[in-house]
Design a binder for this molecule. Sequence first.
Ligand code: NOJ
Length: 534
Amino acid sequence: MTGVKQYDFRSMSFYQIWIRSFCDGNGDGIGDLYGVYDKLEYIKSLGVDGIWFSPIYPSPNADYGYDISDYRNIHPDYGDLAQFKKVLQKAHGLGLKVILDLVINHTSDEHPWFLESRKGKDNPYSDYYIWRDPKWKRRAKRPPNNWFSQFEGLAWEYDDLREQYYLHVFAKKQPDLNMDNPKVREEVKGIMRFWLDMGVDGFREDVITYISKHPQLPDGIPFLPAINGLPFYKDGPNLLTYLKEFREVAREYGAIQIGEAPMTPVKTALRYLTGEDRVLDMMIQFDTMMADCFLTEFVHHGFWLAKLKRAFSRWQYALAGKAWNALYLENHDHPRVISRYGSEKYWRESGTMLAACYLFQQGTPFIYQGQEIGMTNIRLSSIDQYKDVASIHAYHAFYKHGSEEKRMHRIHLASRDSARTPMQWSVASNAGFSSAQPWFAVNPNYTQINVEQEERDPDSILNFYRRCLALRKSSQTLLWGHYREYIRHSRKIYLYERSYAGERILVMLCNYPETGTTGILRPYEVRVFQWGSE
Ligand code: NOJ
């Protein structure tokens, strides 16, 4: 194997920036790279070692950056390449790695490749996307199969210019690329090189397990509308081959690759994460995100601690000694975790308990902007105030038989927009996020929950995150130790141990307002015991 030696990402932790809502540096109400530049010291002060940026490229924002119209540039709302280089240089100077989002399952329908591809079958970009003729039924045009998109109705859209349907597993404005076309894979490698040559340290690879589709695109078995077809585009036949090609590029630079893998079971994950040709370094699994639902937008059943514990332990045990976990509780795709798995009433207790619950497991932790200060879900009064394509569609399509109150309740529980409200920096107007009217609603609780106040409070959630991250970094046991779960059947307590070279650390967490008969812990209390020698 040739290439540059990879840095040891296993002892690191990362902070995720969803830039539009992070910090506005030029006073237009939109977060940007000027704001990021100013906040790098803050990020460093958390004790993390790197940043993952959700997409910062030009995009019409049908899916806020995940619909890219130019892979080699910066969205003008966020700055330009020169400003990105400044951020990169300053981050590196502070000892922070920088990881970008690589979104290659689809582009924007405004990407020049798609604009060309639409023009006809003899176009050089003709085969860059997945085009199919309509099926005709009683003289009516029908899509080529019965797949549903995850965001907006059917997975096929008819294009009048090309007179064919194109596949979009996500929004209509996100046509899927045809990764079976070697030219598309060369484009991907070129994009990777472009950023790696600039000094970027790796990629978080968006829905990377969707890039190889079943060659026949067969009908799915209708089950749940939004995922009908999923088995035919997830973990497809050529996925490993394509990932190996991309891995070669990453190896030349010693870059790391973190793959997002919705609904990929742990057994399948091991195929990508282990062995000689390990094609990914870590995987963003979804099991731990379903402790209160089956897919965030759909079936909500309330929080089940048993489901969360099972998911954590499944990944801890299965990967032990073989592969490495990516640990997270929040990102830009899920509502805030205190509102979901904890309690807004016991805000401080549950915020700190949730931090300890995952930061002390084996793996590389990711902390999402605002999570470290305990930001909570927003509850806007009308669907018109929401921005996310998936939430708006869910409101109109899935909850339509309920009362307005019930429909909005589902949005309050499930919308990704709860993770996308502006970062709460201070008690100043607009939560110190911007001097102008922010592009999206600020959570009114910013007067109680904000960085400035938590900086001053030694017992704040913010300072608790700092302490946990420092402890993890300084402890061989927390970094490398063996994981073992106890009292698996308890429905209120999550108890796990890490052990290494004679030292044991026991993490005891109560995930309920009352502890019932055990009486060991107070509501949402966490206790960490350490014994033996290191
Ligand atoms: C996963 C991303 O995290 C999400 O935000 C996006 O909407 C979909 N992939 C489609 O790119």
